[in-house]
Design a protein around this ligand. Structure first.
Ligand code: ZN
Length: 680
């Protein structure tokens, strides 16, 4: 509804950000507790690398498997594009550090070598020299002198020339060089001060803004996503040059490989619509024409019959300080028919939920547009969705396409399942949950209620409500994202406790919702603080939204003691005394947040955010950090992909595609660097 904000919250990356803390506390596993599948693959710095399963792949037809196979190859072919988009030095740094790593023949416990190994794992995780989440540059713990001596020992062909080596060493070791990938500090030139490689030649923010203002058509009701697939540079003559990502343009070798695999995939399309989707995407990659990206997106939204689906392109713009250029990414997936029943039931009841929501009827939608929602199984993660990955996707991002043609919303359940399984035995519940009865509640119902919360948030929450006529969709300005996420979360929380969900057979116990309520409050009041450094405020929109909700209901429920923080042996615990009253408070806050949104009441939004969402109590913050430090829980998770292989018979025919799960993080990254290094 808030146009700009919907685009910003809609996409992949933000849902990923929401996922990490949400998953830490999950303990129940829906299907398989019986096997010895190793979910945790690696640990380093603030990262844990997990593995995910692809249940149901074996049951696909050979034709579908071949479709998936070629789409996964098209996904892996784009890897270097994202690396180069993130920073111009990423590919040469990766190559050099990998060479030093693989040529090491000294003691495996040499401190410099161990530090280099950690650094290499970090840059693989960040798709470059900056952290994937904070976008701060990594700090190497090995010495420059040692590194240079190792570079000297490389075969001559792997050695950069002296000037290049000096430059790369500055990039790696000097903290003042390219310190932040995306700078969003007020009052600075965001283009000049960001290390990302989406702009070049010393072009200023003003020059970028002037350029796009000069080519946009005012009042265009179907505008293309300007700047989505290009790098903008100032040339030596001082003119502005838009370098388009396309065959024959920027990143051509990688894009050509993507197109080759997409063409092969098209031969195995499940139906004509899907073939058209792939063909249109190929056309877009060949021409770089953004109108083709829009026509592809419209076709893609309309393809609801195919079981196999994918995204592949320049999509989310969080990596651009000006929010224009899309980071390259791909996810290949297929529908989980069983679990999709859940989301199709919800979307078919969308109008009921809208009509019964606890907001002023003036702010409700008289007619809710269909949201297609499904649960999917990811087969490969690539580009900006790898190794850190979303648990949900809601695309396309273009507002006019969403309004006129709808959008697709998906929950990636084999990823949430991996998070859940990996959290077993972390000691989280024992440390933070108040008593055994509550821990049991979480064991039994958190997995399903957490997934339902995501479903409700994505396929109903964001789509609910409307602006009053004449209200500027950007009226809430910098607080727009936080308020929008608050609205969607409250919608989900409120309905999670509704008897309607039991009636629809989405839950089998009217008390199940309490599991999510407990986890949500615990996270919002305490445990999410483990991602904040001491002394800092809460900045990220989803974290602010959770804090806003939890702190507000804690305060408003205090007279009736609805929720309280109690001390046992010097430790703080959350106790919920009245779950029904808590639901009532969520409903009250939803009504107010919807009013603020519908009326564009900026002062009220700012007051709520400033009072409840930003400032951290230093005592509780320190306590949470200290208690976390005793557990082995990494703040961020990444994933390795499965390995797909063609089985070819004596006549050269592909007779099967197999999937295996035995590749480690280092082996996978080195293999990708070997087989998919398509850019120089
Ligand atoms: Zn959201």
């Amino acid at each position: 509804m808030n146009k700009k904000t919907i685009a910003a919250i809609a996409g992949v990356a933000v849902i990923a950000a929401a996922s990490v803390t949400a998953m830490n506390i999950n303990r129940s596993t829906p299907a398989d507790t019986d096997d010895d599948f190793q979910y945790v693959v690696d640990n380093f710095a603030d990262i844990e690398i997990l593995r995910y399963k692809v249940p149901g792949f074996e049951d696909l037809s050979l034709r579908q498997k071949q479709l998936v196979y070629h789409l996964t190859e098209a996904a892996l072919a784009g890897r270097d594009i994202l690396w180069d988009q993130n920073c111009a030095f990423n590919l040469p740094v990766r190559r050099l550090v990998e060479n030093v790593y693989t040529s090491w023949d000294g003691a495996p416990d040499n401190p410099d070598f161990l530090a280099l190994t950690t650094y290499l794992k970090q840059i693989w995780m960040g798709n470059g020299i900056h952290h994937h989440y904070s976008s701060d540059k990594f700090v190497p713990a090995f010495s420059e002198q040692w590194f240079r001596s190792r570079v000297d020992a490389l075969p001559e062909v792997d050695q950069p020339d002296p000037d290049t080596l000096d430059e790369l060493c500055k990039v790696i070791f000097d903290p003042t060089v390219l310190p932040k990938r995306v700078n969003q500090a007020d009052g600075e030139d965001l283009v000049l001060t960001s290390a990302c490689n989406l702009y070049g030649g010393g072009i200023t923010q003003q020059e970028v803004e002037d350029y796009y203002a000069s080519i946009k058509t005012p009042g265009d009701s179907t505008p293309v996503s300007w700047g989505l697939n290009s790098r903008l540079v100032k040339t030596g003559e001082g003119t502005v040059d838009e370098q388009v990502y396309r065959v024959g343009g920027l990143y051509s070798p990688a894009i050509e490989r993507i197109v080759t695999h997409l063409s092969k995939a098209a031969e195995f399309a499940e139906n004509d619509t899907q073939r058209q989707v792939i063909d249109e995407l190929i056309d877009y990659y060949r021409t770089g024409d953004l109108r083709k990206w829009d026509s592809y997106s419209i076709l893609w939204v309309g393809d609801n019959d195919s079981q196999v689906d994918f995204i592949n392109g320049f999509i989310e713009n969080y990596g651009d300080p000006l929010g224009m250029t899309g980071a390259w990414e791909s996810i290949v997936n297929f529908k989980n028919e069983e679990a999709s029943r859940r989301t199709s039931v919800l979307s078919s009841e969308a109008q009921w939920f809208e009509d019964h929501s606890p907001v002023d009827p003036r702010f409700r939608k008289p007619e809710v547009k269909g949201v297609t929602a499904k649960v999917i199984t990811a087969a490969i993660l690539a580009g900006d969705s790898y190794p850190s990955t979303p648990i949900g996707i809601n695309l396309p991002n273009a507002n006019w396409i969403r309004a006129n043609h709808g959008s697709k919303s998906v929950t990636i359940e084999n990823i949430t399942q991996a998070y859940d399984a990996a959290s077993h035995g972390s000691g989280f519940n024992e440390e933070f949950v108040i008593d055994n009865a509550t821990a049991k509640l979480l064991d039994d119902y958190l997995f399903i209620t957490d997934n339902l919360h995501t479903d409700l948030h994505e396929c109903l929450g964001h789509g609910s409500g409307r602006l009053l006529p004449g209200v500027d969709p950007d009226a809430l300005k910098a607080h727009g994202s936080t308020i929008e996420e608050t609205r969607a979360d409250l919608f989900a929380l409120y309905y999670l406790a509704d008897p309607k969900l039991v009636e629809l057979h989405l839950l089998d116990n009217p008390e199940a919702y309490k599991a999510e309520y407990y986890k949500y409050m615990l996270n919002g009041l305490m445990t999410q603080l483990m991602r904040i450094e001491p002394g800092k405020d809460v900045e990220e929109a989803h974290m602010r939204n959770r804090k806003l909700i939890a702190e507000w209901v804690l305060e408003k429920g205090a007279p009736d003691n609805v929720v309280e923080l109690v001390k046992h042996d010097g430790k703080t615990y959350l106790r919920i005394n009245d779950y029904e009253a808590l639901r009532g408070l969520f409903g009250q806050l939803l009504a107010e947040i919807q009013r603020i949104t519908s009326e564009g009441d900026y002062p009220a939004a700012a007051a709520l955010v400033e009072k409840y969402a930003v400032k951290v109590d230093p005592a509780i913050h320190k306590e949470v950090l200290d208690r976390y430090a005793t557990l082995s829980i990494a703040p961020y998770k990444g994933f390795v992909n499965p390995v797909y292989e063609q089985v070819i018979d004596n006549n050269g025919n592909v007779v099967d595609i197999t999937v295996r799960y035995d590749e480690g993080y280092v082996d996978q990254m080195l293999r990708y660097s070997r087989d998919y290094s398509l850019l120089r």
